[in-house]
Ligand binder design. Structure first.
Ligand code: IMP
Ligand code: MG
Length: 187
């Protein structure tokens, strides 16, 4: 079982693994506000639909839309996860479809993190069949050195090294999403 054995301000210990702070709460919140300001500017006079990819993106999406100045709507979409491992299975499965009709809408897909790009590629292909007016991708984190698929990410919070991260919505075997900082596995 993955259990927090100790948590201090900047370090989380999980069994034999140690995670250290990569971005603290203030840094994350500052960047999220900047991203929201850019999106508000780009979507002036429009009503975009933010589509959060569950489960990871729910905290980021929530903080982001609170800072968006235009009218907006939200929906969620769920893909299969990593399982309990730190490495992607390479398979993507649809677990929850959208409730709204995205045809003719300006949609912004919101992801916590883009690793290989497989999830984003899968989602983009799926959504483009529903003929949205426009489609952009917004990811809090991107691991540029892990990208294996050609994907365009329009709004990027932070580019990070190809290391496993947790917190602020990001999980390790479904846990640690509730942490306010983003922590990286230290080797
Ligand atoms: P991709 O399909 O390889 O781009 O992986 C994207 C998904 O994998 C994200 O939506 C996350 O749910 C998960 N993921 C990728 N890297 C990490 C990580 O470092 N920590 C936690 N989840 C991750
Ligand atoms: Mg995810």
């Amino acid at each position: 079982m993955h259990k927090i054995d100790s948590i201090e301000k900047d370090v989380v210990i999980v069994g034999a693994e140690k995670f250290v702070t990569l971005f603290n709460e203030e840094t994350i919140q500052r960047r999220v506000k900047e991203m929201a300001a850019q999106i508000s500017e780009d979507y002036k006079g429009k009503t975009p639909v933010f589509i959060g990819v569950l489960n990871g993106a729910f905290i980021f999406l929530s903080d982001l839309i609170k800072e968006v100045k235009s009218d907006c709507e939200i929906d969620f979409f769920k893909l299969s996860s990593y399982g309990d491992e730190k490495i992607s299975s390479g398979n993507v499965k649809l677990l929850k479809e959208l409730n709204c009709d995205v045809s003719g809408r300006d949609i912004i897909i919101v992801e916590d993190i883009v690793d290989s790009g497989l999830s984003i590629k899968f989602i983009e292909e799926l959504f483009s069949r529903h003929t949205p007016a426009s489609m952009k991708v917004c990811a809090l984190l991107v691991k540029p050195n892990s990208l294996k698929y050609e994907v365009k990410i329009d709004y990027i919070g932070f580019n990070i090294p190809s290391k496993f991260v947790i917190g602020y919505g990001l999980d390790y075997a479904q846990k640690f999403r509730n942490l306010k900082n983003i922590y990286v596995l230290s080797e």
